[in-house]
Write a protein that binds this ligand. Structure first.
Ligand code: HEC
Ligand code: HEC
Ligand code: HEC
Ligand code: HEC
Ligand code: HEC
Ligand code: HEC
Ligand code: HEC
Length: 323
């Protein structure tokens, strides 16, 4: 009976997803296979210059190759990105159809909000409260973080290591570079070295590879999606147990998309946590693992007898001193 109900709910969810799909696609329906062939052909025109191959064998003489070199688009990365099925000219306007490009071609650039009106409303509200929007000039925008050619949604990347690498690169490219930081920072503000700020966190570089900056620097209330409100440093997460416990909120956040997928596949929420392949916490941290096992053994032995308890406590004390 419950199986039936679950089936009905899944059926309804699938129908809803189907209805919502055209809306989710920017605000237009996704391209048909025929349209996609045309889009790819038109993009190949642009890439005949804007690619490594174009640079090596320019289809035209007398171009500014030095400039072109800093304007390359990598086809595979672009195709794998969220915008990989779009025509270049959807965002860049028609001024780029011919080369030399029109002098005012740049002015026709589409903004994120033009195509993502509904999402942008939610996100702008959060972004406007962030330290970057509040403390920095108008130059800090969506595009400062979002590379429209490369960025891919977490749910698309799937692998938590890839998600962390992509999202942390955004922050580190600026917070780990004096040059980039100075370009954005108010006058005379010096970049605090990222490892010094976080010196209370053991193994910082390993943490940068395993957990996103935004996990600690955004509010946690929103369970369904990542908040864009990067908060003031006083509000940042410092408690180890937030992540290093079997039921950590990190599971619910960084891996939330995996959970839903697994949920659809297996029909219950905790399967990813149970399979533990990506779970941090008790099962993933050898140091903490050992401490937990020691604690467990101590508890069991503690029941056995008074004499043993004494030995255990001295041992534990020694272990504690050792730590
Ligand atoms: C000309 C229209 C257009 C512009 C401009 C545009 N996008 Fe998109 N975007 C799309 C379309 C179409 C999709 C494709 C599919 C979809 O919605 O799943 C998409 C997908 C996405 C996705 C993945 C799906 C989702 O909605 O979450 C993200 C994230 C995204 N865009 C962010 C941005 C950001 C950030 C900017 C500004 C730098 C931007 N887009 C500019 C049209 C646009
Ligand atoms: C024949 C070669 C060629 C083709 C084809 C070409 N471009 Fe370019 N593009 C260039 C060169 C060279 C530059 C460097 C600056 C310049 O010469 O205008 C450039 C610059 C640009 C810039 C940067 C402009 C700026 O000042 O920030 C954009 C954006 C651009 N192209 C987009 C496109 C798009 C989109 C297409 C396809 C519709 C396209 N290009 C097709 C050669 C080409
Ligand atoms: C979803 C929108 C979108 C699509 C689709 C898109 N671009 Fe861009 N492109 C941008 C944005 C945003 C920038 C950054 C402009 C800025 O810095 O203000 C940019 C910058 C560029 C630049 C100049 C500077 C640089 O960083 O290289 C070139 C060249 C370029 N795009 C070419 C292309 C080509 C070729 C395609 C198709 C294969 C394409 N773009 C597809 C949004 C898009
Ligand atoms: C400080 C960097 C930063 C800025 C600024 C920023 N974003 Fe994001 N954005 C991210 C990161 C990191 C993600 C996470 C990617 C994921 O989880 O898929 C993301 C995810 C998204 C997504 C997909 C997830 C969702 O919640 O739907 C959209 C759409 C988006 N951003 C749009 C915007 C818009 C619009 C702006 C400007 C108002 C903006 N972003 C400004 C860093 C930024
Ligand atoms: C292009 C540069 C740039 C990028 C990208 C960027 N930041 Fe920043 N960020 C700054 C600058 C500059 C400041 C200093 C603002 C000030 O002190 O007025 C800052 C400040 C901060 C602060 C400090 C707030 C405080 O209380 O002093 C935090 C936290 C922060 N950023 C986190 C992030 C995270 C997380 C990301 C990635 C999602 C990110 N930043 C991306 C430039 C950047
Ligand atoms: C485990 C949680 C955690 C992670 C992960 C984390 N931070 Fe922090 N961050 C903090 C805490 C807590 C503070 C406040 C430290 C203090 O005040 O002593 C802080 C402070 C900061 C500051 C303020 C610097 C200052 O003093 O002006 C910046 C900027 C910052 N972090 C950026 C980042 C970036 C970029 C990343 C990703 C590479 C990151 N953080 C990852 C917890 C974290
Ligand atoms: C936002 C989440 C988060 C917070 C907060 C956090 N960590 Fe971690 N930590 C991780 C992740 C994820 C890993 C990588 C685990 C893995 O790869 O198995 C890690 C790894 C570690 C490791 C290395 C374990 C090994 O395999 O070598 C140590 C030690 C550690 N954390 C200690 C701490 C301490 C102490 C604190 C509090 C000061 C803390 N962590 C706070 C997420 C976090």
């Amino acid at each position: 009976m419950f199986g039936n109900l679950a089936k009905k709910i899944r059926g309804a969810a699938a129908l809803l997803a189907l209805l919502a799909a055209p809306l989710a696609f920017g605000d237009d329906p996704p391209p048909t296979p025929e349209e996609l062939v045309k889009i790819r052909a038109a993009n190949a025109e642009c890439l005949s210059c804007h690619s490594e191959a174009g640079l090596k064998k320019p289809p035209k003489e007398g171009m500014d190759l030095k400039k072109l070199r800093s304007h390359l688009v990598h086809l595979d990365t672009f195709t794998a990105s969220d915008h990989g099925q779009m025509a270049c000219t959807k965002c860049h306007g028609d001024g780029y159809a011919e080369h030399p490009h029109a002098a005012d071609a740049k002015d026709e650039m589409a903004e994120c909000q033009d195509c993502h009106a509904r999402k942008a409303m939610r996100i702008e509200r959060q972004f406007d409260k962030s330290v970057h929007a509040e403390n920095l000039s108008e130059t800090f925008t969506c595009k400062t973080c979002h590379d429209a050619h490369t960025m891919a949604l977490a749910s698309k990347l799937r692998d938590p290591h890839k998600i962390v690498a992509q999202d942390n690169k955004i922050c580190l490219d600026c917070h780990d570079s004096d040059l980039a930081f100075a370009k954005m920072a108010p006058d005379k503000k010096k970049r605090p070295p990222i490892d010094d700020i976080h010196d209370w966190l053991p193994n910082t570089r390993l943490h940068w590879k395993a957990v996103r900056c935004v996990e600690c620097h955004t509010p946690t209330e929103d369970k369904l999606s990542l908040s864009h409100e990067i908060q003031n440093k006083d509000k940042a997460e410092k408690k180890c147990a937030t992540c290093h416990s079997a039921n950590s909120s990190l599971n619910a956040r960084l891996y939330r998309h995996l959970q839903t997928e697994e949920q659809n596949k297996y029909g219950f929420l905790n399967s990813v946590m149970l399979s533990s392949s990506y779970v941090v916490g008790a099962t993933r941290n050898p140091t903490l693992d050992k401490a937990l096992i020691a604690l467990f053994i101590a508890t069991v032995l503690g029941v056995i007898g008074h004499g043993i308890v004494r030995i255990i406590t001295t041992r534990l004390r020694r272990r504690k001193n050792h730590d």
